[in-house]
Design a protein around this ligand. Structure first.
Ligand SMILES: *[C@@H]1O[C@H](CO)[C@@H](O)[C@H](O)[C@H]1NC(C)=O
Ligand SMILES: *[C@@H]1O[C@H](CO)[C@@H](O)[C@H](O)[C@H]1NC(C)=O
Ligand SMILES: *[C@@H]1O[C@H](CO)[C@@H](O)[C@H](O)[C@H]1NC(C)=O
Length: 257
């Protein structure tokens, strides 16, 4: 009985808070110079990163697209997540989850490069990441790249390799076509706070980029995307997901190149 009521409180409290939380979606990476977003590319390492870590940003960008304030959004995932041999399954899940966020075929890409394979201990070569990313950035005139920060949320080396690769690319591109680079601020100490994370102010004001806060509707979009990753969903990961700050709040920091 105590367990049931504890669980009940654990679920109801955050959702009640979320109901009163002011969603924040109308914040800009401010690239086009006219208050409109430019063309944004989210760079991830494994299929499901987009859902578990970047949902509030994807729903905000889709909201801004609906009100005519954002242009196309692209997602590039650097591996098929084949560490346990599930690469083909996870590729399909990636597509289904991104459909939920409104990112259609032709706007989402998943790589399967021999040097960029899902591996908990592998640091990927930034030059290879940059070389694979470059054609997409050039073809679609990407103005803003979003990815992990140097901690990579969980400390997974593939995550921070995405940042190193994107930074490498930005450095070697001619200044005129150089996208701005933003990193998702890792907050390991408060990672299980769910929507309560929205109440904790950012300490480092010098590093401010946009902050997105999910609405209940955005959160339910994220949950729908989450159930499209059945190969990754154990009960524990589902609960962790429910209480993850990154399903509610995304704080961005611009990376100085
Ligand atoms: C979003 O922000 C822009 C400028 O930052 C403002 O002009 C616009 O009215 C806002 N839209 C909504 C729906 O709040
Ligand atoms: C994972 O990467 C490490 C190097 O960090 C390497 O020694 C190991 O062989 C890789 N595992 C697989 C399955 O490729
Ligand atoms: C604050 O952000 C700036 C710019 O991102 C960074 O250089 C600095 O190390 C950060 N300071 C702290 C205390 O995190």
């Amino acid at each position: 009985m105590a367990v049931v009521s504890t669980l009940w409180i654990l679920l109801v409290l955050p959702l009640t808070l979320a109901f009163f939380l002011q969603p924040r979606r109308n914040y800009s990476f401010g690239n086009a110079g006219d208050g409109n977003e430019g063309r944004t590319l989210l760079l991830t390492a494994h299929p499901d990163d987009e859902t578990f870590f970047f949902s509030p940003t994807l729903t905000a960008l889709s909201h801004m697209q609906n009100v005519g304030r954002a242009r196309d959004v692209f997602v590039v995932c650097l591996s098929t997540g084949n560490a346990k041999g599930l690469g083909d399954v996870r590729k399909e899940e990636f597509g289904k989850a991104l459909e939920i966020f409104g990112i259609r075929q032709g706007r989402r890409f998943i790589l399967d490069h021999p040097y960029l394979q899902d591996n908990k201990t592998a640091v990927w070569d930034p030059a290879v990441v940059a070389q694979e990313l470059r054609p997409v950035v050039a073809k679609y005139g990407i103005t803003t790249i979003l990815t992990f920060d140097a901690h990579g949320i969980t400390g997974h080396p593939n995550h921070f390799s995405a940042l190193a690769g994107a930074a490498h690319l930005v450095r070697i591109l001619p200044a005129a076509t150089r996208p701005r680079l933003f990193a998702l601020h890792s907050r390991p100490a408060t990672k299980h706070l769910g929507p309560f994370a929205a109440l904790i102010p950012r300490r480092n004001v010098s590093s401010q980029g946009p902050v997105f806060i999910a609405s209940l509707g955005d959160f339910s979009t994220a949950l729908r995307a989450m159930i499209n990753h059945p190969s990754q969903l154990r009960l524990v990961s589902f609960l962790k997901g429910l209480f993850s700050r990154y399903l509610w709040v995304n704080e961005w920091v611009e990376v100085a190149i």
